[in-house]
Design a protein around this ligand. Sequence first.
Ligand SMILES: [Zn+2]
Length: 441
Amino acid sequence: MEPMKNCEILLRARYVLTQDATRTVLENAAVAVDHGRIVGVGPSDAMPYDADAVRDLGDAMLLPGLVNAHTHAAMTFLRGVADDLPLLEWLEQKIFPLEASLTADIVRASSLLGFAEMLCTGTTACQDMYLFEGDVLDAARTAGIRCLAGEGVFLFPSASCKDWRQALDLTRERARVLSRDERLAVSVCPHSVYTTDEEILRACRDLSEKEGLRLHIHLAETRDETQRCLASYNERPVERCERLGLLDVPCTLAHVVDVTDDELEVLARHPLATVAHNPSSNMKLGSGSAPVPAMLDRGVAVALGTDGPASNNQLNMFAEMGRAALLHKTNGRPTVTPAQKVLDMATLAGANALGMADAGRIIEGAPADIIALDLNAPNMRPMYNPVSHAVYAATGHETVMTMVNGEILYDRGRFTRFNYADLCAEMDSIRDYVRKKAGLS
Ligand SMILES: [Zn+2]
């Protein structure tokens, strides 16, 4: 008999989807958590731990917290304000004009609402790109979620920065301040190839390399983007990023829908690049379907993201997993993007894309980012295969507990760090302000 060890929390549950190297699923298992880390995983009745607190989740399954690899959390304030339009018309005629009246306070409250939605649907970490990103980070600190956040860098002035140089200065400064933060970090975020120029992209790449920061860009999202890029620079978006060295630093490429086989080969030759697949946004904006099965075949790393809530309109990674698993099957290919691969995208690949190579799994030594899904919901019964239920049956709202860094942030309907009713009241007044700005009232 092993001697008993102490830990802060012992979680017990019917199933544990470990996402370890062999994708082990444990039944009647427990997870020991101490100082923000997982210190033990094993059969519930044979865990040598004397815990300060034992949390028996009963008929539930524990999973690694999901990782949203591409989002704009603050855009909750625009959820449902403009739907059913193509990307460039939606962005340039509806979203950019409304964003011109954005304030830091709106960003802080709207981001907190976004993080609330993520936490209550099982997301423990996200990669965000937006304006006033310092306020997004403030909201992430309030919520307790992990967030890799970057100020959008544009050729033109934004609501938060007078020019691209200021956006990069802010990036550098915030990265210094947060260099030792356990949950928050900063990335370099050129918005896209069609809203920047060569000088900006080179400067972003150089900053990324010099400061050791990850880079995050929208890339090859639509055919229109490719046409603009060809017309302006006589090269396709992926070629442009390759030539300017953006693929040589650790980077996340959001969307990657309009790509040729040659471009997929380029991506496969750049192991520091991860594609963030956003099936809901691509479907909603009519952008098309990213060739995810071909990416996976070539060994391209593919993570999963919701994109912003104005183009989805949810920040729910369970919904996103379901759509990712279904979308690629529509052309008579039911065997592609199987449930386990999709769960890998939402956990392991996402964690890698955020620079957290040891996360996205429930194994000894990993960060204690863990969620619990209630299995009593009608859509979760009967149980044959927990991975299948996580991807195809769950809605995300079966989440009963969300833990980040060993701290429970969402517990059976309650956010432990902030007052949700106050936040809703604040969002109502933001909606009234947006309605006035948009001429809706
Ligand atoms: Zn986006």
